[in-house]
Design a protein around this ligand. Structure first.
Ligand SMILES: Nc1nc2c(c(=O)[nH]1)N[C@H]1C(S)=C(S)[C@@H](COP(=O)(O)OP(=O)(O)OC[C@H]3O[C@@H](n4cnc5c(=O)[nH]c(N)nc54)[C@H](O)[C@@H]3O)O[C@H]1N2
Ligand SMILES: Nc1nc2c(c(=O)[nH]1)N[C@H]1C(S)=C(S)[C@@H](COP(=O)(O)OP(=O)(O)OC[C@H]3O[C@@H](n4cnc5c(=O)[nH]c(N)nc54)[C@H](O)[C@@H]3O)O[C@H]1N2
Ligand code: SF4
Ligand SMILES: [Mo]
Length: 754
């Protein structure tokens, strides 16, 4: 047995782990104390990662669909050649922009994305998306308009923390979430505000739990802002010094009818005022918004109002407040580029593309049409949209309508079952991997994980899959690659930039070019890190002072080279930028470094709230279903083996005691749950955390798994729990960003009498 360092791949925290290996098993897992962000912390889920690594439905051969819908194993050469030819046919007949890319990196694996992007350039694709476009694009649009960057809070040091539709006790999302929440709760000098219709585990620790009625956050947040403005709790000096447009915002908020809005969201006015005053009086405040508002009514407006809480009170750029930060590699579709680039829309339905991402709910609509500009092919990597996107039945139909569907995954997923070709990837512990969720300040860190095992026989790491495809397509002339191979490590940078200057197309293909030329020079198993050489140089160029303060000094290309070397060798991660708080303004992507805070479209939506009825239930559908709640035993669809769950094994529907009484149902009974889209049978669990009229189903359930001893592709399978998107509708989305309203699905219930 041996030990090695790696990271957990189940959520964006990517806590550092130490693993004891027993053959090909992750035998024992504990937190890595040397990891810069997690410092030894993990939650209980990380301990079960072997269920991912050694899942029984791991793929071990490329698969090709036969006309009867069954799959046959084919060798890699056949798969690569056939796929390349079919892509060329589609490109030549309809244009490369009809090949749509979806995914490329989940919670743990973003390295492959760099090669996927090069492959997109190679086939001439123009449209892509991923899961961010069903949760974060509204927030990204707002961020782009306000300051052009991604913000995060210094939760460890904040005097007051505000969670809006966020349950970090279960979903984490910032380092060491549980110890941090406990500390805030135990400290009489600090306070926690939670806005959530459910009394979550986080709400139990809060000083102010504003238990809104589902879908009414816009009224709640507007009322908090109304109190801040009307009671003169805003930081006028900050607004004058650092923002543009404050007068328009303050004027709008001084008109908010606080008592009426408190009534609309169901929060006692006195409690709402007390929370607002606490926010207004604190020396530091940070906020975290998540799916509870991002996947509910008025989501883009709510993101804006949430941010105004800390902007109006001047809680930016100081310890315990909000910050902008550096990035090692900007996350695909980062909001900084959103601000810089002209707005684009989708080719068929004209939906707004934010941060480069096609809205997820629009994808099926862009396919299921006879419009000449419809997508003809779809490439899917590290995603399971046949399960994770709204309205699964329609999405499956869209997949089946395409000329070509290719899925790259480790497992035979719900989505893979609709592919023409399925390419088996090596797992995240069988290749070098990393994520670009590097969002800390003043010290920001990046971790490149080394492989713990060789790839499972028959599988390949994504960098090799994309390189083989681009070789087959003849994407870059061999002569060019040979010149770079001959340059050697010392002169590589010079040679590389000379080639790019001569042929600027190579910039978009750089990850592939680096893999082919620098890759073979890297230590065994690490050739996939080649694209990070370019990333390290770009990072050093974009943040010269911060990278130098992190210890990567020297002239010209030296800091980038040193940073790359450190990334290659330091197994617990590398602090790549070091800042002081005053440097935070350098990350404001505006010439004058000021926030632009009046957003006319959203101020108009705010103004209209007073005439609007909150909530979307009806006589037919009197309940609000939150379809996809994070619980102790959910992790998107990364674990497919249901045995990883110790409790809540079926993922029951939570219902309030009052509703259960009224319907005469008890924990363990089954109900028929019906929405405008569909109807399912589910067990219920009576849960006193739920408010009356609110129901919740967990996320990530309803995936299937091969029965004991059955063939993973053609054998019998069993499904556990309810797949939430059998119940959600494509049209049920934010009019602005197109993000789905999964947390607010009108529904009805009927007890199943057995
Ligand atoms: N255990 C676990 N952790 C995870 C994940 C996982 O699958 N499992 N997934 C990761 C991912 S991909 C993400 S995006 C994050 C998501 O993390 P969160 O957003 O925290 O997760 P959710 O539980 O989906 O939603 C948060 C809260 O929104 C509340 N809510 C529902 N309706 C409303 C409403 O109308 N208003 C308000 N204010 N709140 C409402 C719910 O009661 C819930 O407590 O979690 C990450 N962490
Ligand atoms: N109704 C409803 N729907 C939701 C949500 C909700 O709350 N409610 N939550 C949404 C949110 S926030 C998110 S982020 C999405 C997530 O949904 P998706 O983005 O579709 O992702 P995952 O379910 O995380 O699936 C990840 C896939 O990657 C595969 N994989 C794992 N490791 C590797 C690897 O190394 N290489 C490759 N190629 N593949 C790998 C896994 O087998 C799995 O199929 O779901 C969304 N869908
Ligand atoms: S907090 Fe997230 S990354 Fe950390 S151990 Fe838990 S699931 Fe893994
Ligand atoms: Mo997510």
């Amino acid at each position: 047995m041996s030990t090695a360092k790696s990271a957990c791949i189940l959520c964006e925290c990517n806590c550092g782990i130490e693993v004891t290996l027993d053959g090909r098993r992750l035998a024992k897992i504990s937190g890595d104390k040397e990891h810069p962000a997690s410092a030894g912390y993990t939650c209980e889920k990380a301990l079960r990662l072997d269920r991912y690594q050694n899942g029984r439905d791991r793929l071990t051969s490329p698969l090709r669909r036969r006309p009867d819908g069954s799959y046959e194993e084919i060798d890699w050469d056949t798969a690569i050649t056939e796929i390349a030819r079919r892509l060329e046919v589609i490109r030549d007949a309809h244009g490369g922009d009809k090949i749509f890319f979806y995914g490329g990196g989940g919670q743990g694996n973003h390295l492959g994305t760099t090669y996927n992007r090069a492959f997109q350039a190679a086939v001439g694709a123009r449209y892509y998306s991923n899961a961010l476009a069903q949760e974060k694009t509204g927030e990204m649009w707002v961020d782009g308009k306000l300051y052009g960057g991604h913000t995060k809070g210094d939760f460890e040091h904040a005097e007051v923390v505000v969670f809006v539709g966020k349950n970090p006790w279960q979903s984490h999302s910032f380092p060491r979430a549980r110890p941090t929440l406990r500390q805030i709760s135990a400290d009489p000098g600090r306070s926690m505000v939670v806005i959530d219709p459910k009394r979550t585990e986080t709400a139990d620790l809060a000083d102010f739990h504003l238990q809104v009625k589902p879908g009414t956050d816009a009224w709640c947040l507007a009322a908090i802002l109304g109190v801040l403005v009307q009671e003169d709790l805003v930081d006028k000096a900050f607004l004058a010094e650092h923002t543009t447009g404050a007068d328009a915002v303050l004027a709008e908020l001084s008109d908010v009818d606080v008592p009426a809005f408190a009534d609309a969201c169901g929060v006692p006015e006195s409690q709402l005022r007390a929370a607002a005053r606490r926010i207004g009086a604190a020396s530091s405040v940070c906020t975290y918004e998540d799916l509870g508002i991002q996947q509910s009514i008025h989501s883009t407006l709510c993101s804006y109002l949430n941010k105004l809480q800390w902007i109006l009170t001047g809680n930016f750029g100081k310890p315990g407040a909000m910050y902008l930060h550096s990035s090692f590699v900007p996350l695909a579709g980062s909001n900084t580029s959103a601000a810089a680039k002209p707005s684009r829309v989708t080719p068929v339905t004209g939906a707004r593309i934010i941060a480069g991402l096609v809205p997820c709910n629009s994808i099926a609509e862009e396919i299921l049409t006879d419009h000449p500009d419809r997508f003809r092919a779809m490439w899917l990597d590290s995603v399971n949209p046949a399960h994770s996107l709204a309205d699964s039945p329609t999405f499956r139909r869209a997949l089946d309508a395409l000329d070509l569907v290719v899925v790259v995954d480790v497992a035979f997923t719900e989505t893979a079952r609709h592919a023409d070709y399925v390419l088996p990837a090596a797992s995240q512990f069988e290749k070098c991997e990393a994520t670009f969720f590097n969002v800390e300040f003043p010290h920001n860190a990046f971790q490149l994980r080394a492989p713990l095992f060789d790839p499972l026989p028959g599988t390949l790491p994504e960098p090799e899959i994309y390189a083989r495809l681009m070789r087959e397509l003849g994407t870059v002339a061999e002569a060019t690659l040979d010149r770079l191979r001959a340059a050697g490590r010392e002169d590589f940078a010079q040679a590389f930039f000379t080639e790019v200057a001569a042929d600027p197309r190579l910039m978009g293909l750089a990850p592939y070019v680096l893999y082919e030329t620098l890759g073979p020079e890297l230590p065994a198993g690490m050739s996939g890190a080649a694209s990070l050489w370019g990333a390290a140089h770009l990072c050093a160029q974009a943040n010269p002072d911060s990278v130098r303060r992190a210890g990567f000094t020297g002239d010209g290309l030296e800091p980038g080279e040193k940073l790359f070397e450190a990334v290659l060798t330091r197994r617990s991660g590398v602090t790549f930028t070091v800042d002081e708080w005053e440097h935070v303004w350098n990350y404001v992507r505006r010439e004058d470094r000021r926030f632009t805070i009046a957003l006319p479209e959203l101020l108009a939506e705010l103004r209209a709230l007073s005439g609007e009825h909150p909530g979307k239930t009806s006589a037919e559908f009197p309940f609000v279903l939150s379809a996809g709640e994070r619980r102790a035993f959910t992790a998107n669809t990364i674990f497919r083996d249901p045995r990883w769950r110790r409790r809540d094994t079926d993922g029951a529907l939570f219902i309030s005691p009052a509703d259960a009484d009224r319907l005469g149902i008890a924990t363990g009974d089954h109900v028929t749950l019906t929405t405008a889209r569909g109807s399912i049978d589910t067990p219920v669990a009576v849960n006193d955390r739920m408010q009356q009229g609110h129901l919740s189903l967990p996320n990530g359930m309803g995936v299937d798994y091969p029965a004991d001893g059955a063939d993973p592709v053609h054998g019998a399978r069993t499904t556990t729990g309810v797949a939430p998107n059998e119940l959600t509708d494509l049209d049920w989305r934010d009019p602005f960003a197109g993000t789905p309203w999964h947390k607010h699905v009108p529904a009805k219930l009927e007890p199943v009498r057995r």
